[in-house]
Write a protein that binds this ligand. Sequence first.
Ligand SMILES: [Zn+2]
Length: 417
Amino acid sequence: MSDTPLEPENTQGDLTQFEREERSGPTADTFRSLHELIDYVSGKSLLQLPQEDSGLAEPLPFPFLAIVGQREMKLALMLGLVNPNLGGILLIGPRGTAKTTAVRSLLDLLPQVERSTCHYGCLPEDVETGGIAAICPDCARKYAAGEPLTTSDRARLVELPLNSRLEDVVGGINERAAVEHERMRIRRGILAQADRNLLYIDEVNMLADEIVDAILDAAAQGLYTVRRGPVSATYRARFLLIGSMNPEEGHLRPQILDRFGLRVIVQGLEKQTERLEAYRRVQAYQANPRQMIAQFADEIEAASEEIQAARQRLREVTIPDNVAKPAIKLVQKMGIDSLRAEITWFEAARAHAAADGGTEVTSEDLKTVAPMALRLRRSPFMTEYIHNQQGEEEELDSLLKTLGKKSRKKNSSALQK
Ligand SMILES: [Zn+2]
């Protein structure tokens, strides 16, 4: 990677001038909420800077906040960073709608997480739940001495390669360790590596069913167990799952669709001004990624701090009964059976309230996140199934009436036939 330093006269200097001349609205540190920040940045027009090829070989992520439009996608991803327990995010849309770009650009916004420094992944909470025997001897010694078992680290983005095998995903026998130590060891899979991180699956609808099932099970439980012959290992897998799919390239089983918390329909930009701005930004980024990143640096830092603060606040955010009950009624009215509907809806609304600086979920929070939490939940199959079933029940009921009252004799004679 090139170490070309930023040219102060081309970037920071211009940025200050830009702020002076172009900005009439709030500055990066005066946004009241993530919403305002997203709105402001989506409409921010680019500086006309001299474009020169920086010759970078390693791609830098496109700045998240530089993506034009796509408010719902950006909001869903932000909410996921605030509350990883909202059950995953599925981005549905055709090619070329910035789905993968948006996910990769989250790199700049990823929060700090506490990570175990031990190979076995020992954590202080293991001691709280399972006692000192629940951690390895080395960590037990550290724990007793009052030394930390974890270190603060930035969450990472783990991408699942499309050709992954089940063994890559969950882990398998470490052949080399098995030969060298005459003991079988299980190698950590991608799911274990994704613990406390983001796991991105592009084209999730193209993945084998057994792999999707393994990932969704691990995501739901926060851990998973691998058994290979006599050895087994349990790993933590608390991650935010983000999937993307192009419906033109294949369906996703309805039961899998239901297991994703938020579903975002990503469409191409409609307004001509937006499309033009998107084109300009992509062009500017390709010509000089560092310069482009520098133009959004202030806002990205502000957003990153807001996300971190919202994560802290999330624990205190509650949903009052008088807000929750009408919402559950609405879910029932829509004919949605899956309990995941309201779980996801409420968790997303809590994240929204936290990002907005609140400690109590309001109907407004619920309204904003409702489409992503509730769409594509109704199962046409189940509706039809239940409808047909009811018809059958009624038919059976009326036919049974024709049997008359002295049915015992008729029934028994029918059985003998
Ligand atoms: Zn340990």
